[in-house]
Design a protein around this ligand. Structure first.
Ligand SMILES: *Cc1c(COP(=O)(O)O)cnc(C)c1O
Length: 319
C-alpha cells in the first residue's frame, strides 16, 4: 500500500499549484456571526477554477507526471467535479485526458468536460464497472489513472485550501469540512494539525450516506449502496484506504446533514453571503448551523467546497 501523504506534501503541492489555482477568498458575515454567536470563516472554493476545490488535487497530481506519463495521458472516472478538474489541469499542462463517464451524466457536466478538450468514454452505470473500464483502458494505452480521492498527490493538493485558510485567519477552535471519499477532509486534517494543533477537525457527510461515520465508529472502511441525496458530490460508497488512515488518526468526529438542512444552508449562502453554493458544498455549514449552541464564542472554519449546480436545479431546490 502507498504511504499516506504528510503536511510536507501539502507544502510542496502549494508550490506546484501557485499561479495556476486561485487563492480563494475567506468570507465572513456579521449577520451569520451574530445569529450563531460565533466567528465563522468561510473558505470559498466555489471561487476556485472550474468551480470546486478539486482543481487543486488534480493539478498537483498531473504536475508530477514524468515525460512518458505526459505523453501517454491521464485517465479517470467521474461524472462530477473531478472530471472537470482533470480535464482542465490536463489542458493547462498539455497532457491528453480521457474521462470515463456514465451514459446518464448531466449534459452540462459532459459538455463542460468536453469543452476542456478531454476525450469522453461513456459506460452504462447499471451494467458496467467504471473502475474496471478505467483500469483496462489505462493498461491498454499506458495511461496513468488519477482517482478522485484515494491518491497521495490528490490529498496533498486538496490540503492546500485549508493551508491558505489558516495562513489568512490564524488558529481556529474547530474546522468543518464536506466529506465524500475523504480527499478534502484528509488533506484539510494534515494542514490543520500542522498550522493549528489544538483545532478540532470534523467531517460532514450526507445523512443518507453516513459510511464515513460508520467507518470511524467500527474502525474499518464501511461500504454502502449509492446514497439518495441532493449532495451529488458526496454520493461515494466508501472512504479510501489512504483517506481513512488519515481521517481515523486526525479527525475528531464526523457529523451528518439532511437534504433539508443543505437547502437551508444554501439559502443562507445566497441570501446573506450572496454566493451560489452547490448542495454538496453546503454540508459543513449545515452542520455548523445545527451545532451552533456548542460552538458559541468559538472561532470556526467552514470549507465551502464548490459552486457547480445547474441553475434550473438550484432554483427548484430553493423554491
Ligand atoms: C468531491 C467533492 C466533495 C467531496 O470531496 P471528497 O474528497 O470526495 O471527500 C465535496 N464537495 C464538492 C463540491 C465536491 O466536488
Amino acid at each position: 500500500m502507498p504511504t499516506p501523504p504528510t503536511y510536507t506534501d501539502v507544502q510542496a503541492a502549494a508550490e506546484r499549484i501557485r499561479g495556476h489555482a486561485n487563492r480563494t477568498p475567506v468570507l465572513t458575515s456579521r449577520r451569520v456571526n451574530s445569529e450563531l454567536a460565533a466567528s465563522v470563516f468561510f473558505k470559498c472554493e466555489n471561487f476556485q477554477r472550474m468551480g470546486a476545490f478539486k482543481f487543486r488535487g488534480a493539478f498537483n497530481a498531473l504536475s508530477r507526471f514524468d515525460e512518458e506519463q505526459r505523453r501517454n495521458g491521464v485517465i479517470t472516472y467521474s461524472s462530477g467535479n473531478h472530471a472537470q478538474a482533470i480535464a482542465l489541469s490536463a489542458r493547462i499542462l498539455g497532457v491528453p485526458a480521457t474521462i470515463v463517464m456514465p451514459h446518464d451524466a448531466p449534459a452540462s457536466k459532459v459538455a463542460a468536460t468536453r469543452g476542456y478538450g478531454a476525450t469522453i468514454v461513456v459506460y452504462d452505470r447499471y451494467t458496467e464497472n467504471r473502475e474496471e473500464i478505467g483500469q483496462t483502458l489505462a493498461a491498454e494505452h499506458g495511461m496513468t489513472l488519477v482517482p478522485p480521492y484515494d491518491h497521495a498527490d490528490v490529498i496533498a493538493g486538496q490540503g492546500t485550501a485549508t493551508k491558505e485558510l489558516f495562513e489568512e485567519v490564524g488558529e481556529l477552535d474547530a474546522l468543518y469540512v464536506c466529506l465524500g471519499g475523504g480527499g478534502l477532509l484528509s488533506g484539510a486534517a494534515l494542514a490543520a494539525r500542522a498550522l493549528s494543533p489544538s483545532c478540532r477537525i470534523y467531517g460532514v457527510e450526507p445523512k443518507a450516506g453516513d459510511d464515513g461515520l460508520q467507518s470511524l465508529r467500527t474502525g474499518s472502511i464501511v461500504h454502502i449502496d449509492t446514497p439518495a441525496t441532493i449532495a451529488d458530490g458526496a454520493q461515494t460508497q466508501h472512504l479510501g484506504t489512504l483517506t481513512f488512515e488519515i481521517i481515523r488518526r486526525e479527525v475528531d468526529d464526523i457529523h451528518t446533514a439532511t437534504d433539508e438542512e443543505l437547502v437551508e444552508a444554501m439559502r443562507v449562502f445566497a441570501a446573506t453571503l450572496k454566493i451560489v453554493v452547490e448542495p454538496t458544498g453546503c454540508l459543513a455549514f449545515a452542520a455548523v448551523r445545527r451545532l451552533a449552541a456548542e460552538l458559541s464564542g468559538q472561532r470556526v472554519g467552514v470549507i465551502v467546497s464548490g459552486g457547480n449546480v445547474d441553475l434550473a436545479r438550484y432554483a427548484s431546490l430553493l423554491a
